[in-house]
Design a protein around this ligand. Sequence first.
Ligand code: BJW
Ligand code: ZN
Length: 287
Amino acid sequence: IIVPPSQDIKAFQEVLKTSKNVIAVAGAGLSAASGIPTFRGAGGMWRKYVATDLATPEGFEDSPSLVWQFYHYRRESARKASPNDAHRTLAAFSQPQIRQRIAPGATFTLITQNVDNLSPRANNELAEHLPPGQYQEPSLFEMHGRLFDVLCTNEVCKHVEFNLASPICDGLAGTEDLVEQGVIDPIVDENKLPRCTKCGSLARPGVVWFGEMPHKLEQIDEIVGKADLCLVVGTSSVVYPAAGYAHQVKANGGKVAVFNLEKTDGDRKSDFRFLGACEEILPKALG
Ligand code: BJW
Ligand code: ZN
């Protein structure tokens, strides 16, 4: 018999209290309340394109201009967005001296698929509000890279640079607004796209596309292997390896709690399922 997942926050908090190594696997739903569109379902379109088709090596090879406009637009929106209560709750939960709901000595790691810089920003904002010396470097993995990393496409160079500039280059300036003016597919000359500051080759967004290796997988695997509780926050759980982490924790005898607006793939087997906005439920569950 399949027991349906529990919706009992108190029971969840009991489990939390006795867990030793907690992980959270987050996806686009974590940033939805900050105004960042998700990938699948409503919001998964950019201009006339499917977002996940643009987030591929093939998409970039076909048209670096189009893919750069997509990422330029997303860099500009992420810069204007602010962390929401879900980011803030996870940031506070990453600080052992603040969090109440797990035992002293327990660990917490946030593994996010998001590239929008909002979790690091929530951590920085929290750091600024803590008394000097109190902030501890959180265990945070941005496994699909970062919108603000710019990566050289030259295999020999591969230079990576963190670049928050707005616009990232003159050639892309204003292209984020073109749809409103009815211009669908302007072509930006490759020489006017972002270039590597070391070797001058074409640069690309420092994010992980399909078929590419997510970042820090060895470290992540080790942490997932030790986890006894996995929180699955705002992800459709269709993209691997992230989608497999909850299954792994379960297979190792741990528990899984899903926080999502909707039912998702495989969450029938989770121990807890909290349907609703994570920016509302996480503060109640973890705060
Ligand atoms: C809310 C909410 C609110 C809304 N509150 N909730 C079979 C097994 C294993 C792997 C594969 C396989 N078949 C194919 C693969 C490979 C592939 C894969 O998984 N494909 C699947 C589609 C089947 N995986 C890969 O290629 C990965 N690499 C890899 O496996 O490497 C192995 C390798 C080995 C050796 C050599 C080389 C490689 C890489 C995956 C990279 C994914 N990249 C993207 C783009 C990143 C850059 C960018 O941002 O543009 O990552 S695709 C896109 O999907 C993005 C996301 O991080 C990722 C996941 O999406 P996410 O976050 O779940 O978003 P949504 O929109 O799907 O869901 C949002 C959810 O939020 C919804 O459920 C809403 O209900 C919810 N929600 N508001 C709570 N307020
Ligand atoms: Zn280079």
